[in-house]
Design a protein around this ligand. Structure first.
Ligand code: GAL
Length: 684
């Protein structure tokens, strides 16, 4: 592992932004905070290669030696997310072009087209030079390639690569025309050369074109990552390689499919909510990252899976207990809605432990020391502008001590609910021309996850096709795209006795976003025992009343039972008395359907009802809402994380040894407001 069995703790370290005299102080402060892993060199390309082919490694030599002497390990980055000015000046054709055809200029970061041959060659060269020099440096724990792959481009290089990708994926133009339904609006292609990237158009663009463009970029960026990884691995096969995943609608990366390519799934997480929403998002991201790690490990076992190269054995995520790493987070602030919000004392620890509870092999931050200048000069840091005599650094020291006490924690996260998340469904539901602009697979997944989280049920994120053994309930949150294999996967699960809860539009379209005919939700009508003829998207502030006293938002449908039993009906208005929520026996299982987005309270009630039927219970039945309980198990050992996100004290029944204090807990643990406890449970 990256830190010899200890939990990783540290973050992005940018010594190139500081005079050498600060480096020794950095190492001393890192030791004081028990930092054991830092990422070095993420944006250091212009300091490593100031002119083409001339490398200045002396400063990095010194930094790595200093860190090594201090016992701090290094995830050495390749700096390819920010090419130097000389590169952009020499290769203007490698500067990215927007969908509007505007070529962007040097002056920020990520200003390159990953399909431009000159960029790829320069990226390989600097990665190879670093590998050559440092692959056997004793400070190295592994490699972190690039930073947050996620940029797209519409330049001629991108268009050429896109066409190549289309040929490889569709084979012939007839298949492409069919997949994209180009008979609509006279878009039938007769020559590959007629197809460009989906640039700005007069009116709505073709959905198949948009979807394939996203898939193309996911594969292209993965190729850019893989070629660096391969040359780093060749230089020292024992060093693990990863890249940090970034989340967001703009990111054309299918992280689940990428997961088999990295030796450790690493995720950056910056919540966009300030209140309890930050905790809800943290839990979801942890479950997503663990789901990707499990999916990657499963695919890696399949020798036929593409791109699955040899991996250093010790660093392989195990499908039965997948680990991942929180690679970046902000120490004391949440940046959202146009300003920075302070995380109150203790929240940095709680956020970090929430990730560790869900399988993160530690907690890493952006960034170690706040810079004096540059675009992110006011971004939070473990060593803030005020210096080490600060609340933030004192909390950083306390966090280091806490993580050191949790080194023994390992194992699988207890979960009996599976939540299916699919990148392509997310992309397709963002297309223009859909019946409502509020359709959002990820927001639908977040809503379901929130309900599960508040009820205290353990949840794993799965990717369509993943093994479902052991899960009692499968949730499909507007899983819009379902190819035949996905439909079969769902059917087999329910038929075999699984319980399903699907929300509107799940299975409505195929893998090319073509609508399935015969009534919604196309592929799942038989499992759900319903047929919807019409949908009725709701206005931004509109709600529909439900017969159980709840309300629905976003979406409503004219639903007819075809075997299903009505659980809740619409009340009043156009749909008065028509089914809103249904339940259907299918084979040995039960399938619930939600044709609207219930209000939070109603959603929780429905999830609880589905969970009860499925035999799903909370991880820690005594934990009140707002106290997050997560259990990890390894063999006969188990650890219970209790995180009090409320401003009240809570007492929760538990037994064992509380690892942060060493106290024995016989009956119950008292959690102060915002407090945390991690128990090595006493079994038997
Ligand atoms: C991350 C990025 C970092 C830094 C940080 C600021 O997404 O990787 O380099 O920009 O955001 O929050």
């Amino acid at each position: 592992m990256w830190t010899d069995g200890r939990l990783c703790y540290g973050g992005d370290y940018n010594p190139e932004q500081w005079p050498a005299r600060v480096w020794a102080e950095d190492v001393a402060l890192m030791r004081r905070a028990r930092v054991n892993l830092v990422t070095v060199g993420v944006f250091a390309w212009s300091r490593l290669e100031p002119t083409p082919g001339r490398y200045t490694f002396d400063w990095l030599d010194q930094v790595l030696d200093l860190l090594h002497d201090g016992g701090i390990r290094v995830a050495l980055a390749t700096p390819t997310a920010s090419p130097p000015p000389w590169f952009s000046a020499a290769h203007p054709d490698a500067l990215p072009v927007t969908a509007d055809g505007i070529r962007l200029h040097h002056g920020s970061r990520d200003t390159y087209c990953a399909a431009a041959p000159a960029y790829r060659a320069a990226a390989r060269r600097i990665a190879a030079a670093l590998a050559d020099r440092y692959a056997h440096h004793p400070a190295l724990a592994g490699w972190r390639v690039h930073n947050e792959y996620g940029t797209t481009c519409h330049c001629p290089h991108a268009a050429t690569a896109f066409r190549r990708w289309l040929v490889a994926h569709h084979g012939d133009l007839a298949s492409l025309n069919d997949a994209w339904v180009t008979s609509f609006w006279s878009q039938h292609y007769t020559d590959w050369a007629q197809i460009g990237t989906p640039r700005a158009t007069q009116y709505l663009a073709n959905p198949g074109h948009l979807l394939d463009f996203r898939r193309f970029w996911s594969d292209t960026l993965r190729g850019a990552y893989a070629e660096q990884r391969d040359l780093l691995r060749a230089a020292n096969p024992r060093l693990p390689v990863t890249t940090n995943f970034v989340l967001g609608d703009w990111v054309p990366v299918d992280h689940a499919r990428w997961a088999a390519e990295v030796d450790l799934v690493a995720v950056d997480h910056y919540p966009s909510a300030v209140d309890i929403g930050a905790e809800e998002q943290t839990a979801l991201v942890g479950d997503l990252a663990r789901g990707w790690a499990r999916h990657g490990a499963t695919r890696r076992r399949d020798p036929a899976a593409p791109g699955t190269g040899p991996t250093p054995a010790a660093d392989r995520a195990d499908a039965s207990a997948p680990v991942w790493l929180l690679m970046e987070s902000a120490p004391n602030q949440i940046h959202t809605a146009g300003r920075m919000h302070t995380k109150e004392p203790g929240r940095m620890l709680r956020h970090s432990l929430a990730h560790v509870a869900r399988g993160s092999h530690g907690a890493m931050f952006f960034q170690w020391r706040a810079p004096t200048g540059g675009a992110e000069r006011f971004h939070s840091a473990l060593v803030p502008h005020a210096g080490p005599d600060s609340r933030v650094f004192r909390e950083a020291v306390a966090l280091g001590a806490a993580l050191a006490r949790l080194a023994e924690v390992r194992g699988a996260v207890e979960a009996s609910v599976a939540l299916a998340v699919d990148a392509a469904s997310g992309w397709a539901l963002r297309h223009p021309g859909l019946p409502s602009r509020h359709l959002d697979h990820h927001e639908e997944a977040a809503a379901a996850h929130r309900g599960l989280w508040h009820a205290g049920y353990g949840c794993d994120v799965v990717v369509p096709g993943d093994p479902l053994d052991g899960y009692r309930l499968l949730v499909l949150p507007a899983l819009y795209l379902a190819d035949d294999a996905t439909a079969g996967w769902i059917r087999a699960y329910v038929h075999g006795g699984g319980h399903l809860l699907a929300t509107y539009l799940s299975g409505a379209a195929d893998e090319h976003a073509r609508v399935r005919l015969g009534g919604y939700p196309g592929a799942l009508r038989d499992v759900l025992g319903v047929r919807a003829e019409e949908f009725h998207p709701l206005a931004d502030d509109e709600q529909v009343d439900l017969s159980d006293g709840g309300t629905g938002r976003i979406w409503a449908e004219t639903l007819r039972p075809a075997g299903a039993q009505v659980v809740t009906a619409y009340a009043g208005g156009l749909l008065d008395g028509a089914p809103a929520v249904t339940r259907h026996r299918y084979g040995a299982g039960t399938a619930w359907y939600l044709s609207t987005r219930p209000d939070e309270h109603t959603y929780r009630r429905l999830l609880a009802a589905a969970a009860r039927t499925a035999g799903v219970g909370p991880v820690c039945p005594g934990a009140p809402d707002g106290v997050e309980a997560v259990r990890r198990r390894a063999g006969h050992r188990s650890w219970l994380f209790l995180l009090n996100h409320t401003d009240r004290e809570h007492r929760v029944a538990a037994r064992g040894v509380e690892l942060l204090t060493g106290a024995c807990v016989d009956e119950a643990v008292t959690l102060p407001p915002g407090g945390v406890a991690v128990l090595r449970e006493q079994t038997g």
